[in-house]
Design a protein around this ligand. Structure first.
Ligand code: HEC
Ligand code: HEC
Ligand code: HEC
Length: 478
C-alpha cells in the first residue's frame, strides 16, 4: 500500500520517464520502497504486526509467550501511535538491537536476534517502505504488561549480551553466492531458526542444535537438518521449494499452524531464486540425528482398515466417549482421508501414512491438527480441515479421552509405532503449548543474583577496610 507521498513520487517517475527529464534520486526511492516491501514480506513483519482482518501493520496481535502476552507494536508511520518519529538509525536499532526509540529494550518476541543479520542496505529499504509505502494508522496497540520480573525491560540487556550476534551477517567467501543468499534469508530475514531451532533455559536458540526441531506453542517445527532420518536429507531442492511455495509435498508433508501462516504470508511470494537459495542452504545444514530414530517420518505406516470389525455399528457410536479409535476414525476422519487413510488420489486430502505429522517421534502436530484443523490459502487455493477441539457442545468436538484413543489408533496403524499419546499431551496442546519455568527461574536467578551482590559487597568492604590500612581502596577484580 502506497502513501500519497510515494504516489506523487511514482507519478513523478512516470512523468519524468515520459518526458525524458528524470532527475537522479527519484527512481532509486521507488526502487528502495519496492525492495523494502519485498523484504517485509520475506521477513514476515505482517505475521505479528497485522491482526487478521485489521489495518496493515497497525499491531495489536498478542504474542503468547510462555511468560505472558506480548503485544506487537503499531509500526505504521503514525506519529502518535506508530513509528512515524523513528529516524533511520532508531529503526535500525529496533530491528537489529531490539532497542525502542525511547531507549527501552524490546522483548525477543520481536525476532531482532534474527534481524540483526540484515544488511545496512536492506534496513534502509525497509525504512523507506515503512515510512513512505505504508498507510499511517493512529490507533495505538495495547500495552504489554508481564509479571515480575519479566516486566523489567532492562533485564533484556543481559539477554542481549549473552545471545545477540550484534553485527550484520558477512558473506562466507568459501561458499557460493546462492548459499550465502540462502543463509542470509534463513538465519536473518525469513527467521526459520526462530521456530525450528530448540530453545534453551533462557529462551535462547540452543547453539549447536540449529534447525533440529523446536516447539512453537501447540505445534512442533520438526528437525529440518540434512539428516536423512531425523531431518529432511532425503528431500530434493525442488521438493523443498515446492513445500515452501505451496505448503504441501505430496506423500511427505503439509504445513499447518504457524508454518501455514508463514507460507501464506511470506514464502509463497518469494522469487524462485530466493526459494532455491533457501533450499540450497537448508539442505546443507549439518545433520543432527534424534536418538532412537531409525526410519524417517515420511515412510511410516501403510494403508489399512478396520471397517469390517464394526459392520452394523451405527454412526452415532463413533461419537461416544467410549468409542474405539477405529470407530472414531471412521466416524470423523474417513469421509475425507478415506477408509484406509489413503487420502484422495489428487492428494487434496492427504494420506495419513507416509505423512510427517503421523510419522514423527513428536506427536504434537497430529494432536494439534485434530484439535485445530488446517486452514491455508495460497495462490493455489484454500485447503481446509475442520478442527475437532471445540467446546463439548459443538457438534464435532472430541474430548481429550477420544483424542487419545483416536491418535493412538492412527499412530499404531498408520504412523510412528514408538510413540504413545497421553491425555497430558492432549491437554498441553489444547492449552496452546507448555507453560515455561522461565518466571520461576528468573525469580530464583534474581534471588541468586541478589545474594551474589551482597556477598561481593561484603567481600569488597572487608577488602577495602584491609587495604585502607595500607592506604589504598580498590574494586575487586576477580
Ligand atoms: C514474531 C513476531 C514479530 C515479527 C515477525 C516482527 N515483529 Fe516487530 N515486534 C514484535 C513485537 C512483539 C514487538 C513489541 C515488543 C515489545 O513490546 O517489547 C515488536 C516491536 C517492533 C518495533 C518497535 C516499535 C515500538 O516503538 O514499539 C519495530 C520498529 C518493529 N517491531 C518492526 C518490525 C519489522 C520492520 C518487522 C519485519 C522486518 C518486524 N517488526 C517483525 C513482533 C514481531
Ligand atoms: C513461525 C514458525 C516457523 C517458521 C518461521 C518456519 N517454520 Fe517451518 N515449520 C513450522 C511448523 C510448526 C512446522 C510443522 C507444520 C505441520 O506439520 O503442520 C514446520 C514445518 C516445516 C517443514 C516440513 C517438515 C516436516 O517434516 O513436515 C519444512 C521443510 C520447513 N518447515 C521449513 C522451513 C523453512 C526453510 C523456513 C524458513 C524459510 C521455515 N520452515 C520457517 C514452523 C515454522
Ligand atoms: C472435511 C475434510 C477433512 C476431515 C473430516 C478431516 N480432515 Fe484431516 N485434513 C484435511 C485436509 C484438507 C488436510 C490438509 C491437506 C494439506 O495441508 O494440503 C488435512 C490434513 C490432515 C493431517 C496432516 C496435518 C499436518 O499438519 O501435516 C492430519 C494428521 C489429519 N488431517 C488428520 C485427520 C484426522 C485424525 C481427522 C479426524 C479427526 C481428520 N483429519 C479429518 C481434511 C479433512
Amino acid at each position: 500500500m502506497y502513501s500519497f507521498k510515494s504516489w506523487v513520487m511514482n507519478s513523478a517517475v512516470v512523468m519524468c520517464v515520459a518526458s525524458g527529464t528524470c532527475v537522479a534520486g527519484e527512481q532509486p526511492q521507488t526502487d528502495l520502497i519496492a525492495r523494502g516491501k519485498y523484504l517485509s514480506i520475506a521477513s514476515d513483519c505482517a505475521a505479528c504486526h497485522t491482526v487478521k482482518g485489521g489495518a496493515e501493520f497497525a499491531g495489536g496481535l498478542a504474542i503468547v509467550s510462555p511468560v505472558g502476552k506480548i503485544f506487537a507494536s503499531n509500526i505504521t508511520p503514525s506519529n502518535s501511535a506508530g513509528i512515524g518519529l523513528y529516524s533511520e538509525g532508531q529503526f535500525s536499532s529496533a530491528l537489529r538491537k531490539g532497542i525502542r526509540r525511547d531507549g527501552a529494550n524490546l522483548y525477543p518476541a520481536m525476532p531482532y536476534a534474527s534481524y540483526s543479520a540484515l544488511s545496512d542496505v536492506d534496513i534502509k529499504a525497509l525504512y523507506a517502505y515503512f515510512k513512505d509505502g505504508v498507510k499511517a494508522v493512529d490507533t495505538p496497540a495495547p500495552k504489554t504488561s508481564l509479571p515480575f520480573p519479566m516486566n523489567i525491560r532492562m533485564s533484556m540487556k543481559a539477554w542481549n549480551l549473552l545471545f545477540l550476534p550484534g553485527r550484520p551477517m558477512k558473506d562466507d567467501p568459501g561458499q557460493s553466492s546462492e548459499w550465502n543468499r540462502g543463509r542470509y534469508l534463513v538465519e536473518g530475514a525469513a527467521h526459520c531458526a526462530e521456530c525450528h531451532t530448540p530453545r534453551g533455559l533462557l529462551m535462547q536458540k540452543k547453539s549447536g542444535s540449529a534447525m533440529s526441531g523446536g516447539l512453537v506453542g501447540a505445534w512442533y517445527a520438526p528437525n529440518i537438518t540434512s539428516d536423512p532420518i531425523s531431518g529432511i536429507g532425503i528431500w530434493s531442492n525442488t521438493e523443498l521449494v515446492e513445500y515452501l511455495r505451496t505448503g504441501k509435498l505430496h506423500g511427505k508433508a503439509q504445513a499447518a499452524g504457524s508454518m501455514a501462516e508463514a507460507v501464506e504470508d511470506s514464502f509463497q511470494y518469494l522469487t524462485d531464486q530466493d526459494l532455491s537459495a533457501i533450499a540450497t542452504y537448508i539442505r546443507r545444514v549439518p545433520a543432527i540425528n534424534d536418538e532412537g530414530e531409525s526410519n524417517n517420518r515420511f515412510s511410516q505406516g501403510k494403508a489399512s482398515s478396520e471397517t469390517a470389525v464394526f459392520r452394523g455399528v451405527t454412526s452415532s457410536t463413533s461419537l461416544e466417549e467410549t468409542a474405539t479409535g477405529a470407530q472414531l476414525f471412521q466416524g470423523n476422519c474417513a469421509s475425507c482421508h478415506l477408509d484406509k487413510a489413503q487420502g484422495t488420489r489428487d492428494g487434496y486430502y492427504p494420506s495419513l501414512f507416509h505423512n510427517s505429522a503421523t510419522g514423527s517421534i513428536n506427536a504434537n502436530n497430529l494432536v494439534a491438527t485434530i484439535l485445530n484443523g488446517v486452514d491455508r490459502t495460497t495462490t493455489k487455493g484454500q485447503v481446509y480441515m475442520p478442527g475437532f477441539g471445540g467446546k463439548p457442545a459443538d457438534l464435532n468436538a472430541l474430548s481429550d479421552t477420544q483424542i487419545v484413543s483416536l491418535a493412538n489408533y492412527i499412530l499404531s496403524n498408520y504412523g510412528q509405532l514408538s510413540v504413545k499419546v497421553t491425555s497430558e499431551i492432549v491437554a498441553t496442546v489444547r492449552q496452546g503449548g507448555p507453560a515455561s519455568n522461565l518466571i520461576l527461574w528468573a525469580r530464583i536467578g534474581m534471588a541468586g543474583g541478589a545474594l551474589i551482590v551482597v556477598l561481593l559487597g561484603v567481600w569488597w568492604l572487608r577488602r577495602r577496610s584491609r587495604s585502607r590500612t595500607k592506604g589504598t581502596a580498590s574494586f575487586p577484580t576477580s
